[in-house]
Design a protein around this ligand. Structure first.
Ligand SMILES: NC(=O)c1ccc[n+]([C@@H]2O[C@H](COP(=O)([O-])OP(=O)(O)OC[C@H]3O[C@@H](n4cnc5c(N)ncnc54)[C@H](OP(=O)(O)O)[C@@H]3O)[C@@H](O)[C@H]2O)c1
Length: 257
């Protein structure tokens, strides 16, 4: 029994990291997969090709589309290709993200624009362009957030965009209710992906975090698959935290001497 059989899922930024794990899990659950990435001609594209081979290896169809979600015309082209190949879209996973790791007050104008264009506007462009297809299928949108939406980290300006997007998730869940499109989010703890390898250079004491508090990409992906399936029908406009309990302990004060 494949819970997502005959569904078509698009995962933005799925060449590597968490998006890649989500795409593999959705394929195993029966969905055909649209793999999106940004950077043409490099290792990202090679990993996207490899993912497509894996998806087809488990009997699902795949489509690989290079598109920068921050550029509206590029997003239009992405959804036109999805429509041309599959004629439908059931699941939109808003996973792609890119941001510099430095305090907000030190960001250059170019970096600020990239922050907003990729991590806020880009997601909204995707929602807008996906909507005609999602309305037809009674589809679902899942946004991938992070603990930066609610906790301070000096090197993580992306957190403010995640907070904004969690509000968008709530607003769109209500706004799109009549169109039969559901919207939710998964807020991940700390996952050892390529972006974490860079972030750790700016994060004092992160190496003290016990291994048991790191989240595996598959642990996040399993919750995304749940939100994509019918068992999540009672959940609307929510952000589910998947952080191995890290946020439960985040307010513990340092021990006094
Ligand atoms: N790692 C963590 O600890 C963690 C924790 C919680 C939540 N998250 C969230 O999970 C998501 C994935 O994170 P990750 O750590 O797996 O990231 P990652 O390893 O840096 O991978 C990012 C992916 O997004 C793509 N991408 C970046 N900018 C794009 C754009 N403008 N258009 C299309 N694709 C774009 C990248 O493609 P290219 O390689 O072609 O650029 C890549 O496939 C993000 O939303 C992140 O905020 C991460």
């Amino acid at each position: 029994m494949l819970p997502l059989k005959d569904k078509v899922a698009l995962i933005t930024g799925s060449s590597r990291g968490i998006g890649n794990a989500i795409a593999r899990k959705l394929a195993l659950a029966g969905a055909d997969i649209v793999v999106n990435f940004r950077k043409a001609g490099g290792s990202s594209e090679q990993q996207a090709e490899q993912l497509c081979r894996e998806v087809e290896g488990v009997g699902r169809r795949s489509l690989m589309v290079q598109a920068d979600i921050a550029v509206k015309d590029s997003v239009k082209k992405l959804f036109a290709e999805v429509n041309e190949k599959f004629g439908r879209l059931d699941l939109l996973i808003l996973n792609a993200a890119k941001a510099p790791f430095k305090p907000i007050e030190k960001l250059f104008e170019r970096e600020l624009r990239q922050l907003v264009e990729t991590n806020y506007l880009g997601n909204i462009f995707c929602i807008q362009e996906a909507l005609p297809l999602l309305e037809k299928s009674g589809g679902k949108i899942v946004f991938i957030s992070s603990l930066g939406s609610r906790f301070y980290n000096p090197a993580y300006p992306l957190g403010s965009m995640k907070a904004a997007m969690e509000s968008v998730v709530r607003d769109c869940a209500e706004g799109l209710r009549q169109k039969n499109v559901s919207v939710n989010a998964v807020c991940g703890g700390i996952v050892k992906t390529d972006s974490f390898k860079v972030l750790r250079q700016f994060w004092e004491n992160i190496d003290m975090l016990p291994e048991s508090l790191f989240v595996e990409p598959d642990e996040l992906a399993d919750v995304v698959v749940f939100l994509c399936g019918s068992e999540s029908r009672g959940i609307t406009g929510q952000t589910i935290v998947v952080d191995k309990g890290l946020s439960n302990a985040i307010c513990r004060l340092p021990e006094s001497k």
